[in-house]
Design a protein. Structure first.
Length: 499
């Protein structure tokens, strides 16, 4: 390989915050707000010109998931505060039931209102922002990060924090600092496919509901008229056979997902579509990312024309926008002091150092083939221990979000946005405790961490913590065949034995 050599140069240290957060996505939002509200001087570095990550730049919608199948709310704290603020601005209907049935609650939202809400929350908490900026390198001394090198239009700059929280989604800082990591499936490293979300406007929701009633057998679990009419926001899943026939006629991209999935947004004439699929994409490789952006946008155009031709209510619709970037489900995961696995998830395990709860399904889009693993959300509520945020070999670095220490299977559950915000809240408070004590991130009092999180509104599986129950969100249909959605559950026997 041909190489060039850079001349040695001095890099100016521009700021020395208590806590540096890399990445302004769901985990970074929870982390920065939590650390700042606990008295820290916080700098949040984000590569885009706005906050939200997958909430905004990737247009992923709705937020999953805040409730179990009995309507018990298991994600609270900062995540719930964001929903309340969105609702006050007309940016969400709040938590609603999901017509795909074996899912717990969903929370559709307006991504543009989300951008404003997040900026306002950061301003109130006095979080300093550095936008249009990318972490490019790390300097490690004695097992601690001494400096993070960032790049922007202002050139290369150094930031020297007391504690760093890597919320990049890809463990960028941790890997550059030498932390061990895994990626993808254990047997071959294959990762879940990428998808490009896009929004469609001009949908006639009344015609759509009528079409759903007339074609219920094409939808997952054949919903009744009442089930279709009672939805505050439509969740549409199925059409496996219709998609197959359209593929054969050249009316559907042959490499896209073999089913249709979209969600109605707070404006009733808009839906967010999750139907594109690109396999064998490495989300840490710029050539793969470039290819994915090109192919996925072509898929979006094709999928929209399928909807206009085959599904009622889309006749006069149009693509409102496509995401700023292709959605990457899975890349690197650190190897931490504890690795959460699928048994922890399915058994609903709690931990002495549990900092956040999850209840989403083990949901694994196939690295190859068509069938998608989906266990159903809300059936088990589990905790994520603080130790999953601690990369081995580094004492002032935490990782929050989808890159924490979990197996490929457990990752299928923890990766969703509500859970990532909750983990971020725990990591932000831990960073504050470590800074205040002048200790490393492994030496903090985890009993104090857990107690403080509960006092600050986080729900955890601890004695004496009361749950909020919303009876309207209790699922009346909790099992589905998944046939029309290309779903299957390889963990069913294990889940049944637990019950």
């Amino acid at each position: 390989m041909q190489v060039v050599y850079e001349a040695a140069r001095q890099i100016p240290v521009v700021v020395t915050p208590d806590v540096l957060v890399i990445g302004g996505g769901p985990a970074g939002i929870g982390t920065a707000l939590s650390a700042a509200r606990n008295g820290m001087d916080v700098l949040l570095v984000e590569r885009y010109g706005f906050l939200g990550g997958n909430l905004t730049n990737a247009l992923i919608n709705p937020i999953f998931t805040f409730h179990d199948i009995e309507g018990r709310q298991v994600v609270m704290g900062i995540a719930e505060e964001i929903v309340s603020r969105l609702q006050a601005k007309g940016g969400t209907l709040g938590h609603v039931t999901d017509l795909t049935f074996d899912n717990a609650s969903m929370t559709p939202f307006d991504p543009e209102i989300m951008k404003i809400v997040l900026l306002e929350m950061m301003e109130e908490a006095k979080v300093e922002l550095l936008l249009h900026t990318w972490a490019s390198d790390v300097i490690v001394r004695g097992g601690k990060i001494h400096a993070v090198i960032v790049e922007s239009k202002s050139g290369r700059q150094a930031i020297c924090p007391k504690v760093v929280v890597d919320c990049s989604g890809d463990a960028d800082v941790a890997v550059k600092a030498g932390a061990p990591y895994d990626s993808g499936r254990k047997q071959d490293g294959a990762t879940q496919p990428a998808s490009l979300f896009f929004r469609i406007g001009g949908v006639d929701s009344h015609k759509l509901k009528d079409w759903m009633k007339a074609n219920r057998d094409l939808l997952k679990d054949s919903p009744t008229d009442d089930e279709i009419d009672d939805q505050k926001a439509i969740a549409f899943l199925g059409l496996r056979q219709l998609v197959k026939e359209a593929m054969e006629k050249g009316d559907y991209p042959p490499d896209a997902a073999p089913r249709m999935l979209f969600y109605q947004l707070p404006r009733s004439d808009q839906v967010a579509v999750n139907a594109s699929r690109l396999q064998e994409i490495d989300g840490t490789d710029v050539q793969d990312l470039t290819k994915a952006e090109i192919l996925a946008r072509k898929q979006a155009w094709w999928i929209h024309h399928f909807l206009k031709k085959y599904v009622g209510g889309f006749e006069d619709s149009f693509i409102l926008d496509t995401a700023s970037q292709v959605g990457i489900r899975e890349t690197r995961r650190i190897i931490g002091d504890y690795t959460l696995d699928e048994n922890d998830v399915l058994a609903g395990r709690s931990f002495a150092d549990g900092i956040a709860c999850g209840t989403f399904a083990i949901d694994i889009h196939p690295p190859e083939g068509e069938q998608q693993i989906f266990t159903g959300s809300g059936k088990a509520v589990y905790e994520i221990p603080y130790r999953c945020c601690l990369p081995q070999g580094l004492d002032n670095l935490l990782v929050a979000g989808r890159s924490i220490s979990v197996t490929h299977e457990a990752f299928g559950s923890i990766r969703v946005m509500a859970t990532c915000i909750a983990v971020g809240q725990g990591a932000g408070l831990a960073a504050a405790l470590a800074t205040k004590a002048g200790s490393n991130t492994r030496a903090i009092d985890t009993d104090l961490l857990v107690e403080s999180l509960i006092n600050q509104g986080q729900f955890l599986l601890k004695d004496g913590v009361k749950a909020t129950i919303n009876s309207e969100l209790k699922l009346h249909r909790q099992e589905g065949s998944g046939e029309n959605a290309s779903h299957y559950n390889p963990f069913a026997a294990k889940m049944n034995s637990r019950e």
